[in-house]
Design a protein around this ligand. Sequence first.
Ligand SMILES: Nc1ncnc2c1ncn2[C@@H]1O[C@H](COP(=O)(O)OP(=O)(O)OP(=O)(O)O)[C@@H](O)[C@H]1O
Ligand SMILES: [Mg+2]
Length: 261
Amino acid sequence: MSENRTPLVEMRNVSISFGGIHAVDDASIDLFPGEVVALLGHNGAGKSTLIKILSGAYKRDNGDILVRGEFADINNPRDAKKYGIETIYQTLAVADNVDAAANLYLGRELRTAWGTLDDVAMEAKAREVMGRLNPNFQRFKEPVKALSGGQRQSVAIARAILFDAQILIMDEPTAALGPQETAQVGDLIQQLKKDGIGIFLISHDIHDVFDLADRVFVMKNGRVVGHARTEDVTKDEVLGMIILGKCPPGAVPGPGAMQVA
Ligand SMILES: Nc1ncnc2c1ncn2[C@@H]1O[C@H](COP(=O)(O)OP(=O)(O)OP(=O)(O)O)[C@@H](O)[C@H]1O
Ligand SMILES: [Mg+2]
């Protein structure tokens, strides 16, 4: 991943406090096109809060967000979507009682010239997008509650892609999934990378995401311990970052790195 290209997204020196708690403190992260960046850290490290600032759910106290090198004005979820930032939540936000096509177009249904729902067009587009993401998926006519966790995940991702997502945030994407479905999400991610989409994978469990990631950022107590390319560090070294805040030689230390006396 060449670092002299412009990042797809960059958060610079971002902070937010709730009451007296510095949930995120001077955090800087970036993401390049076609790249998967894992955001790691223990429970309460500030991962979700940082990413909620990017998705417009929280308003930062300080810091900047840049999209493709330009300052982005993100104050609410609608702003974030305008910049192509979409979040797939760990709770798999899909509508259970309708089929995949209806989920993809929920709230922005395609209509015919007569104003009626254009089910034919919606299903055709659903088959095209889902076919690209998950070629084995055939269950277009069933309510999504009948689908497996991995299939539901691919419906949620397809919906984001249809919204022209360029920056995809997945918070604990495989936490609710079994091993086979986790592998399926891995395949999906490879597909999205090929399309130049950048992906943040948030997890408190390094084993869920290390093999999928090109780089990792580690947070601890609201601060960035450091970041590294996964090929430059071992899993054990990243665990040392997560648990102790200790930066190995292959990583670039951040403001949260343990100071060596
Ligand atoms: N809306 C809020 N109000 C008050 N405190 C909050 C709020 N959201 C988060 N926090 C606090 O901010 C800190 C960071 O929480 P956050 O949810 O970002 O952690 P996380 O790294 O995502 O953890 P997990 O792995 O458990 O999801 C925690 O101390 C949390 O209690
Ligand atoms: Mg979280």
